[in-house]
Design a protein around this ligand. Structure first.
Ligand SMILES: [Zn+2]
Length: 300
């Protein structure tokens, strides 16, 4: 079944047809029971390249998860990699999808999650970024990405990358049409160790020029937890062409990229704790009328 095209059509139809609630029809699986063992991941039927979660478009908030899935469409096999590699961060952000789903439910806001591994194509890169399709990632050579033809590159852009970004763009359009432009919260996770060293931050907020949402979130996280919270560490949030640049900076929408260390959210209790913590902080921020107004201004 060629679901990628259908996914895009459904998205378009929904955005036109829905009133205040963004209703997904692309719920592909029970998120809590999604098997992450190699065989299931690699043989799961071809699915839509993104997943939409239901939520109110006029609540001023949209959630994104770029690296939600380690799924590869069946015809790509395992890109020549041992299946175990798909359990690692090189394939997806461990725990990030579950945190996103739980936050969407608690807050009642819509979310878009990717439904393909970043090893196929990385949606958090500009389409001309040299790391868009990685040939080498954290020590693993990816045979299925070596010497890629222009046709295959274009195919991945057309069938996976663009439908995901189109879905985000259309959801944001729909929110803006409701009269309340949304702030965007993008959820990611990072590894505990990097090149043999432990990373000290339990979580981090990444941003570029727009601090509207970053500042109050950073204040809350630092004041209310004992965690070390990175501010543009371990990564800088100013990568041109990435998801936040494209949908946040370029559209003038308030945004933040939240990175959570993987040991914090590798299991359900940690995922619940972080989803609850972030949802609570966002609820309080949005409950302040002045702050909410500032976050809804399109600022270019
Ligand atoms: Zn990520």
């Amino acid at each position: 079944m060629m679901l990628h095209g259908i996914g895009a059509t459904i998205c378009k139809t929904l955005l036109v047809a829905c009133g205040a609630v963004y209703s997904p029809m692309t719920q592909l699986h029970d998120p809590e029971t999604l098997a992450l063992d190699g065989e299931d991941v690699l043989t799961r039927e071809e699915a839509a390249p993104f997943e939409l979660l239901e939520g109110a478009v006029d609540r001023g908030l949209v959630l994104l998860c770029d690296h939600a899935s380690n799924h590869l469409p069946a015809h790509y096999g395992s890109l020549g990699l041992p299946i175990a590699e798909f359990e690692r961060h090189i394939a997806y952000d461990i725990g990030a999808a579950q945190v996103t789903r739980k936050m969407s439910k608690i807050l009642g806001v819509p979310a878009v999650l990717s439904n393909f591994s970043r090893l196929l194509i990385d949606p958090n890169r500009g389409s001309d970024d040299p790391t868009l399709i990685m040939q080498l990632s954290d020590g693993a050579i990816i045979p299925g990405n070596a010497n890629l033809s222009n046709e295959e590159r274009a195919r991945r852009l057309e069938h996976y990358y663009r439908p995901y970004h189109d879905a985000i763009g259309q959801l944001l359009d729909s929110c803006i049409k409701s009269g309340r432009p949304p702030a965007i919260v993008s959820l990611h996770s990072f590894t505990q160790k990097w090149h043999g060293s432990m990373r000290p931050w339990e979580a981090a907020l990444l941003w570029d020029k727009d601090a509207r949402l970053v500042k109050p979130m950073l204040d809350c996280l630092r004041r209310e937890t004992d965690f070390s919270i990175g501010d543009n560490e371990p990564y800088a949030g100013n990568l041109q062409g990435d998801t936040m640049y494209r949908h946040g900076t370029q559209r003038g929408l308030a945004h933040v990229l939240v990175e959570i260390r993987q040991d914090q959210i590798k299991d359900v209790p940690g995922q619940q704790e972080w989803a609850g913590r972030l949802a609570d902080i966002l609820t309080r921020i949005m409950a302040d009328p002045e702050r909410a107004l500032e976050l809804s201004i399109i600022k270019k």
